[in-house]
Write a protein that binds this ligand. Sequence first.
Ligand code: LLP
Length: 421
Amino acid sequence: MHEFRVRKGHLYCEGVPVERVARAAGTPVYLYSYKTIVDHFTKLRTAFRELAPLICFSVKANGNLAILKVLVRHGAGLDIVSGGELHKALAAGCPPKRIVFASVGKQPEEIRDALRAGIFCLNVESLPELETIQAEAVLARRAAPVALRINPDVEAHTHRYITTGIAESKFGIDLETAERLISRRWREFPSLRLMGFHLHIGSQITKAEPFIRSIKRVGGLITRLRRRGLAIEWLNLGGGLGIVYKDERPQTAAEFARAVVPLVRRLQVRLILEPGRFIVGNAGILVTRVLYRKDARGKRFLVVDAGMNDLIRPALYGAYHEVVPTVPDSKTSRAVYDVVGPVCESADVLARNRRLPRLEAGEHLAVLGAGAYGFVMSSNYNGRPRAAEVLVRGTRTFVIRRRETKDDLLRYDLVPQELLT
Ligand code: LLP
């Protein structure tokens, strides 16, 4: 459930009409519901309460500092993928012991910073990475807590670009290699402390079955290693829980927990989850203003002021996002439109063939399900300052990121005088 609903002819975010935010903050603007974010986090925590897992929100899904702080205050840890996200996680006040770090390309400096901060665990994706962490741990004179990210070779039945646990993907270490590494070569890494295993098989996964298969595969490994006397304490299941964009029927948190908890209990491991989309996906919308209604040969377009630079998911993955007017019933006549942005790319289509009212310039549309992988993937392409972000809590509205200005577009460019002589 989320807190974007139509009441008295207006789309509301909690107790605030979206139209009002659009007029006050300008467009395009990302708008989030505090209650939805917290509800989703609580739902997952409640579903898994008997295991008391460490739930590390995936910063890559939405890195806004206010949102991170809200989640951290509610007890979330954070899943990071870079030194930049480490910096953000620490700025958000996340206790280091609740930070986990996954990435196929961790650089020595990022590893050093993570060790210095004392994060909970580095999720390691290759042998050379283990060697780098070992070297950094020696330099830092600290033990480095690590988990091996296992690529279980399980099809997650999701978009090709967001499948991560199949053999040909760049992520993780296959089971055999991991087992060989731990049983034959682990003494080469005296400064590493093996905490357990990490899985992340993909994103927008709507069924529990691929998770179950992955846990079973890693479970076999854990059991074999324990027989040899190795203590394996943690299993990190990653993120990936799917949400409703259109007509998907994703598992609920409770259904997911019912499937997973017995397996995890049997394995006697402590659990980490890294949800991103599940927490914030349906907690955010992108509000945009109609610039032109354009009738071309046999095709109708609504040209709006948000483009693929603001929300790249439709262009990059062919992702479906529902688009609704902020004042849904103001008109009776409807037609089928493509909702397109102003960016000079044919891929700049936010929504295709949607039945929408005959909106006039200046009226607003809301692109739903934009809270995850929305703002974070935005760019300045076509000289477009990035959107503002606004958070609603009850009847109150807070700007949590100011809109970029045109001057911001000049901020990082340098023009050496010698070029102009
Ligand atoms: N943990 C790891 C190691 C990850 O790589 C990811 C996402 C997550 C957790 C969180 O996954 P989630 O719960 O959000 O599915 N930009 C794409 C999604 C990329 C996901 C990358 N990894 C999209 O817009 O669909």
